[in-house]
Ligand binder design. Sequence first.
Ligand SMILES: [Zn+2]
Length: 114
Amino acid sequence: MGYMHKVFLTGSGIYGCSNCGTHLALKSNVTSKLYTGQYGRAYLIDEVANVRAGEEEKRNMTTGVHIVKDIMCMDCNHYVGWTYITAFSADQKFKEGKFILEKELICDRSRDWD
Ligand SMILES: [Zn+2]
């Protein structure tokens, strides 16, 4: 117990960690590409794999105050984005439980399945 198995995603489009290539998300789970992270463009994603979350933090963002946790690649500990725990304004509630992956910190691993 407590041991995390690394998941190998299958599908037509896969994003991986830019540092070690570990699979992180399916492109089909991306709901928006219009977010901004610490390193530029970022994607809002319904579901991610092979990440571990950091401590809860209260962060003041352009869309208001949110409780978030940074997420790191489970394999190499490379920071890749964050997850929304709580949003305080009603129009931001849809983000709770979703994830942000920063475009600069992930890579396209779709070719694993070519
Ligand atoms: Zn990694």
